[in-house]
Design a protein around this ligand. Structure first.
Ligand code: A3P
Length: 300
């Protein structure tokens, strides 16, 4: 555990007193070095930047909010425990949610409670690539990134926030999202930074898309396992362990586990934006995507 030193607290207070802030959500968001943050997370980012010591074997699961983080965490845990998924006493996901098993380094660094880290060297983060603690790049540890169609992220985020904010209209959510104002946003910049890092260094940054994972789950689970250093042996494949991981982490199974926080499960579909966004909203989001992503070689 890391004690939060008094000077960190002061640094955080100094930062939020100076940087732009924006309302619209439960708490104001703060714009720090080109990204918006909820205050609690920003404090954690600053503590993590100064204190987090990555280890060479660490695996950091990186994502923007509402892009499939819970699913990715569950898959990573299931992969690392692929031989004991049937055993209720040793399968960590039976007793703890993926978020308890794999903490956010910017949230739980100060309070590792139920977390499997350090036994299982996996952490998660919503921190943008450019703001990651320096030891992450210096240690050579591995990063996995998951992204998702911005329109589905917007719709998922709107529903999620509506659990806590009465009368949060889709028009407001859309306005904030398209201006980049959401936790760890602008969303497009978050994706782009990790995309570029993965192109420059594919052995270190593994890039995934939620839609690919939905379409060909087994294939991408095998690739993820290989990247993490937990490859399925031929015997394990023949024994059906890939399917077991996929099935265990399926929306249906995971959302029915007792340990789960139900707010993280809604539909888990691709293209649900069609049910909520107007043609104008779709056009504006697609335009921003086109402008932001052009020249990057990336498409959603
Ligand atoms: P929807 O709101 O579109 O249903 P995050 O975990 O980053 O907060 O992302 C939440 C989104 O992932 C929600 O999307 C949620 O339903 C979906 N999700 C959660 N678990 C999933 C799973 N096992 N398989 C597919 N999607 C999942």
């Amino acid at each position: 555990n890391v004690e939060e030193p008094e000077n960190m607290k002061q640094k955080f207070i100094d930062i939020i007193s100076k940087v732009p802030r924006h309302g619209g959500y439960l708490s104001d968001l703060f714009l720090y070095k080109d990204f918006w943050y909820q205050p609690g997370f920003l404090e954690g980012v600053i503590v993590a930047q100064e204190n987090f010591k990555a280890r060479p074997n660490d695996i950091i699961l990186c994502s923007g909010p509402k892009t499939g983080t819970t699913w990715l965490k569950a898959l990573a845990i299931a992969i690392a425990n692929k031989t004991c998924l049937d055993d209720k006493s040793t399968n960590p996901l039976i007793h703890s949610s993926p978020h308890e098993c794999i903490p956010y380094l910017e949230v739980n660094l100060l309070e590792h409670k139920k977390s499997l880290y350090p036994q299982l060297p996996i952490l998660a983060t919503h921190i943008p690539y450019s703001a990651l603690p320096e030891t992450i790049s210096n240690s050579g540890c591995k990063l996995v990134y998951i992204c998702r169609d911005p329109k589905d992220v917007l719709v998922s985020m709107w529903h999620f926030m509506s659990n806590f904010m009465q009368d949060f209209r889709i028009e407001e959510a859309f306005e904030l999202f398209s201006r980049g104002i959401l936790h760890a946003g602008p969303y497009w910049d978050h994706v782009l930074e990790y995309w570029k890092a993965s192109v420059e260094n594919p052995e270190r940054v593994f890039f995934m898309k939620y839609e690919d994972l939905r379409k060909e789950t087994s294939l991408h689970v095998k690739k993820l396992a290989r990247f993490m250093g937990f490859s399925f042996s031929l015997e394990e494949e023949n024994d059906g362990l890939v399917e077991k991981v996929v099935e265990f982490c399926s929306f249906k199974n995971l959302s029915n586990l007792e340990a789960e926080n139900k707010n993280f499960f809604r539909k888990g579909n691709v293209g649900d934006w069609r049910n909520f966004l107007s043609d104008e909203m779709v056009e504006r989001i697609d335009n921003i995507t086109h402008i932001k992503m052009k020249d990057s070689g990336f498409t959603f």
